[in-house]
Design a protein. Structure first.
Length: 76
């Protein structure tokens, strides 16, 4: 999807306008699940670097151990 967004011919096509609007909306929903101002040095894109606010035990453990970032555990 990122490659489609980066292609100016495709991203500006009228036929795909609704698709890209929905993708923008979903990006905003996903961003609302991430901790504000917190990112890790993994991946090239914002959605790979973002850190969830809430998650299961395994994700919480990984983020604490690998990055020193606290995540609220939904399993508690």
């Amino acid at each position: 999807m990122q490659q489609l967004l980066e292609d100016s011919i495709i991203s500006n096509a009228d036929e795909l306008k609704g698709f890209f609007e929905e993708l923008d909306r979903l990006d905003e929903v996903f961003k609302s699940l991430l901790q504000s101002g917190v990112s890790v040095n993994e991946g090239e894109n914002w959605w790979e670097r973002g850190v969830l606010i809430y998650a299961g035990e395994e994700y919480c453990f990984y983020m604490r151990r690998a990055h020193g970032v606290a995540v609220r555990n939904t399993d508690d």
